[in-house]
Write a protein that binds this ligand. Structure first.
Ligand code: TYM
Length: 348
């Protein structure tokens, strides 16, 4: 992915990158390639905030005894992947009040019809939407508040977040319009393109790799040891045909497309280069080299994660300092928002 990010013509404020990851279970290869790797690529040249979104996590039941530890776990994954707290602000969402406050204001801007169209809610709720929390339904509004509390202009995410990002743009535009505040909030741009934007399940190439898939064999977790990673890749579903000769040979072969995409994303090659390297061969040797590659790229992260987790006080120190920094950035934006909306304040 190029580190150059396009500037919106109308919005004149500073360019800022924001993204979030939920502290629900262990991160997997999709999270790493779709998000964390991009976080690292962007931090050298941009003003970046990376948030552990624990308020989003509790839209589905989380054991209170485990939530804080899960938050540290994601912080450790960020750090182990190369996110540098000296360059980027890494903090927990619940520690910065702007998120919840702005979410309420945006609840009064977003329309019910907009939320009714959100496919992620439909996927998560299935047939039991009546039994889901109101928070799960409102999830994308909180996400818009996350981004706009910092007037972030760019949001690195995987492809599954595209619709939520469109909603954030709609909320920003409607707020600016309704309160006659042209370009007050930027219309945030998703940064999705690039290899790894949509990593699929190792068991079913039509389903995305997901923390919530009941089969652990469907994903490579950042906490898996080398043997487990290799086993999962060896057992990954393919089909009866040989390795494709060219990109046309990927049609209707979602599992093969996915494995080649993973190889390309991990090695920095294009899909076409991977195909030409293994063209017409068997899957055995390809899978074994893919397993070596995955282990070479991910094991150092797994090891570093354990080292960070062995020192929770250091993680807490990083999260605490960053929460202060995030509050420093968001408070003036919140104050301006309140003024624009006409709320009473002392000395008005
Ligand atoms: P979460 O925690 O589900 O996922 C974290 C990031 O990982 C990406 N991702 C994937 N990328 C490629 N292939 C996959 N199979 C895959 N699975 C997950 C996600 O796209 C995401 O970038 N709603 C967000 C969290 C959030 C957020 C925000 C993101 C809350 N507020 C503000 C950006 C900006 C989410 O569900 O993340």
């Amino acid at each position: 992915m190029s580190n150059d990010i396009a500037k919106s013509a109308a919005y004149q404020g500073p360019q800022r990158v924001f993204s979030g990851v939920q502290p629900t279970g262990s991160l997997h290869l999709g999270n790493y390639l779709g998000a964390l790797k991009k976080f690292v690529d962007l931090q050298d040249d941009h003003d970046c905030l990376y948030c552990i979104v624990d308020l989003h996590a509790v839209t589905i039941w989380q054991d209170p005894k485990e939530l804080a530890q899960q938050t540290r776990h994601i912080a450790a994954a960020f750090l182990a992947s190369g996110v540098d707290p000296k360059k980027a602000v890494v903090y927990a969402q619940s520690g910065v009040r702007a998120h919840t406050e702005l979410a309420w204001y945006f609840n009064c801007v977003a329309r019910i019809g907009w939320l009714n169209r959100m496919t992620q809610f439909k996927d998560k709720a299935g047939k039991s939407s009546e039994k889901m929390s109101v928070g799960l339904y409102d999830y994308p509004v909180l996400q818009a508040a996350d981004i706009l509390a910092f007037k972030a202009t760019h949001v690195p995410v995987g492809e599954d977040q595209k619709q939520h990002l469109e909603l954030s743009r709609d909320i920003a535009a409607k707020f600016n319009h309704d309160f006659n505040a042209p370009n007050f909030f930027p219309l945030p741009e998703p940064l999705i393109k690039g290899p790894g934007a949509r990593i699929m399940s190792l068991r079913d190439g039509r389903k995305k790799m997901s923390k919530s898939d009941p089969s652990d064999m469907s994903r490579i977790n950042l906490t898996d040891d080398a043997d487990m990673m290799a086993k999962k890749i060896r057992k990954a579903k393919t089909d009866a045909l040989p390795f494709p000769e060219n990109e046309h040979g990927l049609e209707e072969r979602p599992e093969v497309t996915n494995l080649i995409g993973i190889y390309a994303a991990l090695s920095g090659m294009t899909d076409a280069q991977v195909i030409s390297q293994y063209a017409g061969g068997q899957f055995g040797p390809f899978k074994s080299e893919l397993a070596d590659l995955a282990v070479a790229k991910l094991s150092p992260i797994t090891d570093l994660m354990s080292r960070y987790l062995a020192d929770p006080a250091e993680i807490d120190h990083i999260l605490g300092a960053a929460a202060d920094k995030a509050a420093e950035i968001s408070e003036p934006i919140l104050a301006q928002t309140r003024d624009i909306m006409g709320f009473w304040r002392r000395g008005l």
